[in-house]
Design a protein around this ligand. Structure first.
Ligand SMILES: [Zn+2]
Length: 261
């Protein structure tokens, strides 16, 4: 084929696949907030603040061993239901924050299905999105998620999410802690040119896991910055407005990119 003609063909193929994956253009300054592990502070501090700002968010819940029954440390299911009633997304982080790469498919499914059944029994929509506990993942897990019809799965990697090249089961994110404000502020500036910034937060504050602690004052500073600079702040499931996940699931699963925080 002549070089000029092959350029046109390539352009048409690429343009066509863009058009299929995206339902419309990704707005500038689009940020997805995700909260892991169900610490009590997400109910006491995070949810009311998000509501005040009118921001969406996804809560990836689990029953974190060994202390999840201690309500001073972790949310109970009644509180998780309130998050759903407030309009937030409740999504799956396995029952026990499992080291999933060591599990058989049957064991992995049991971890997923425990959370699905809990949600079902409480009138919370069945989770369709997942976050890898400890960012542990492999090709088998991706296959299991597909068989369970999951739509998106959040990993780490400290880079922006490009819906045209990142597979929906390998959605990258940055994780906050009490010492990385400069890194997170820089990350927020990457929400442009079709890319989306996904943040992973844990407790605000996080008593059990101080290495992922975000102090309330710092959290408020992030929310204030996002509001003042007119960011659109949404949950993972709200990405469906912009992305056709049926199409996006056909993207290559590139496990060579950074996927841990
Ligand atoms: Zn976790």
């Amino acid at each position: 084929m002549k070089p000029f003609l092959s350029l046109i063909v390539t352009y048409l193929i690429v343009f066509n696949s863009f058009a299929q994956i995206l339902k419309g253009p990704i707005p500038e300054k689009l940020v997805v907030l995700t909260f892991d592990d169900a610490p009590a502070s997400q109910y006491d501090i995070v949810a009311p603040l998000l509501q005040e700002y009118g921001f969406g968010a996804t809560f990836f819940v689990c029953e974190f061993p060994p202390n999840y029954q201690d309500s001073s440390l972790y949310m109970n299911w009644r509180q998780i239901r309130v998050l759903n009633d407030m309009g937030f997304e409740v999504a799956n982080h396995t029952r026990s924050h499992a080291k999933i790469t060591r599990l058989s498919q049957t064991e992995f499914n049991a971890e997923l299905e425990y959370i699905e059944r809990k949600c079902d029994s409480l009138g919370i929509p069945t989770p369709r999105n997942f976050a890898y506990p400890g960012y542990g993942l492999n090709g088998d897990i991706l296959e299991y998620l597909k068989e369970k019809n999951y739509q998106m799965a959040r990993a780490g990697g400290s880079r922006a999410y490009d819906p045209l090249s990142d597979h929906p089961y390998l959605i990258p994110s940055w994780a906050t802690n009490e010492n990385n404000k400069a890194e997170i502020m820089k990350a927020l500036k990457e929400a442009r040119d079709g890319k989306i910034v996904v943040l992973t937060l844990h407790g605000v504050p996080d008593i059990e896991h101080p290495w992922v602690n975000t102090p309330p004052k710092l959290f408020k500073a992030y929310l204030q910055y996002l509001a003042e600079h007119k960011y659109t702040v949404i949950s993972m499931r709200e990405l469906e407005k912009y992305i056709d996940f049926e199409e996006a699931l056909r993207l290559e699963q590139d496990l060579s990119k950074p996927l841990k925080n």
